[in-house]
Write a protein that binds this ligand. Structure first.
Ligand SMILES: Nc1nc2c(ncn2[C@@H]2O[C@H](COP(=O)(O)OP(=O)(O)OP(=O)(O)O)[C@@H](O)[C@H]2O)c(=O)[nH]1
Ligand SMILES: [Mg+2]
Length: 383
């Protein structure tokens, strides 16, 4: 930096930098301006405003009025595991219960890359175009660890995401009861109370989540793609046995012949399987989420499925069975967490596990000893 002091030039009210030629006069437009003194108030970033906590009544009113902000927060509340939130969530769910149960609950699964997001975008736009209100609960297996692929999905469901008749919500899969179950079940109820008459629960067909989702929906759709032995993979996983509708996606362009062949193959396979829903023969069809071909037909098939389910009473029976099974699952979950959470059990567990692993005591004896420690039985087996 120059040592030269700033000069005041003739006719210039301000000092100028030293590299400004001395004789340039006012035509040279560089001036040294006085800096703004930080006052503390000018650039201070206001602290983030804390959102007012909502009363249960506020939640109920907001959800019933389908206020998108309140709906999102209500789902966050029911997803929370904090004891205070659980209490308020139970109050909220009890108040919403009379307004639930009226939606078509649809599970949709498919291997990564099968086109689920693209399909839901096309299918969802078709549904809202038909006057339906659609909620999509997307179970994201990676969300707990990485923050999930939610961003990518938002991009792929861009039009649907912006549509006021649709509500898209990623659902975390972490936690107990197969991860998804409680949170997603309760989120379905909240969406139904908000007036969504079709609820899609999306899972990536790579794990146990499909069984949990099958147990909370009326209809189960498996999205697959042609080739690479995909049909057989699905059979191995038992996913096809759970399907009411099979959709072979990406039936466009050069892929059409392969999809047609896969369709015939899948029909043959289905012939040997027991249908997932009594009174309904699992259907298989092709579609292209990209071109939209066959997407409306999937809704037509689902409507036929629901009409049959009402006629035969299968949908009602399934819902009643699901409710009872869910109650028992909750009891088991509670008993398990109370048992393993008990101090006496925690103190003995490691030692007994080691004894069983080393073959010093039989697994049955280990179980009886640990149960005795937890006060479940008095039958203690001496090692
Ligand atoms: N040709 C064709 N490509 C499709 C179709 N549907 C989806 N794709 C493409 O397949 C790729 C995967 O689509 P996604 O919708 O992200 O698939 P996804 O099942 O949601 O994938 P994950 O979220 O990773 O499980 C993308 O590149 C899509 O553009 C289709 O009907 N035809
Ligand atoms: Mg996706």
């Amino acid at each position: 930096m120059s040592e030269k002091p700033l000069q005041l030039h003739d006719g210039c009210p301000q000092p100028r930098p030293d590299w400004v030629p001395d004789d340039c006069g006012p035509t040279f437009t560089t001036w040294v301006m006085q800096g703004v003194r930080p006052s503390g108030a000018v650039n201070a970033v206001p602290p983030p405003r804390r959102r007012a906590t909502l009363s249960t009544e506020d939640y109920v009113k907001g959800v019933l009025a389908c206020d998108p902000g309140v709906l999102g927060r209500a789902i966050t509340l029911v997803e929370s595991n904090a004891p205070a939130h659980r209490r308020q969530a139970q109050e909220l769910l009890a108040a919403l219960l009379p307004h639930t149960g009226r939606a078509r609950r649809i599970g949709l699964t498919g291997i990564p890359g099968a086109g689920k997001s693209t399909f839901i975008e096309a299918f969802g736009l078709h549904l809202v175009g038909q006057g339906h209100k659609l909620a999509v609960l997307a179970i994201d297996p990676s969300s707990a660890v990485t923050g999930g692929s939610i961003l990518g999905d938002k991009v792929r469901m861009e039009l649907l995401g912006r549509d006021p008749r649709a509500f898209i919500r990623p659902s975390p899969s972490g936690g107990s009861l197969g991860g998804v179950t409680r949170k997603t079940r309760e989120a379905i109820l909240v969406c139904e109370a908000a007036g969504y008459d079709v609820v899609i629960v999306e899972t990536v067909g790579v794990g146990q989540n499909e069984v949990a989702v099958r147990a909370m929906v009326d209809a189960f759709v498996v999205l697959s793609i042609a080739g690479a032995g995909d049909e057989m993979q699905g059979i191995k996983k038992g996913v096809i046995e759970m399907a009411d509708l099979m959709v072979i996606n990406k039936a466009d362009g050069e892929n059409i012949p392969r999809c047609t062949a896969a369709l015939a193959e899948m029909r043959r396979v289905l012939h040997y399987l027991r249908p997932a829903t009594e009174g309904w023969k699992t259907t298989v069809q092709t579609a292209s989420a990209r071109t939209g071909a066959g997407v409306a037909d999937v809704w037509t098939s689902l409507q036929a499925y629901f009409a049959t389910g009402e006629q035969t009473g299968a949908t009602g029976r399934r819902r009643r069975d699901q409710a009872v099974a869910w109650m028992h699952a909750l009891i088991e979950e509670r008993l398990r967490s109370d048992f393993y959470g008990a101090e006496a059990v925690k103190a003995m567990r490691g030692e007994i596990e080691q004894a069983v692993a080393a073959g010093r005591i039989a697994p049955l004896a280990g179980a009886l000893n640990l149960l005795a420690a937890g006060g479940v039985t008095h039958e203690r087996v001496l090692a």
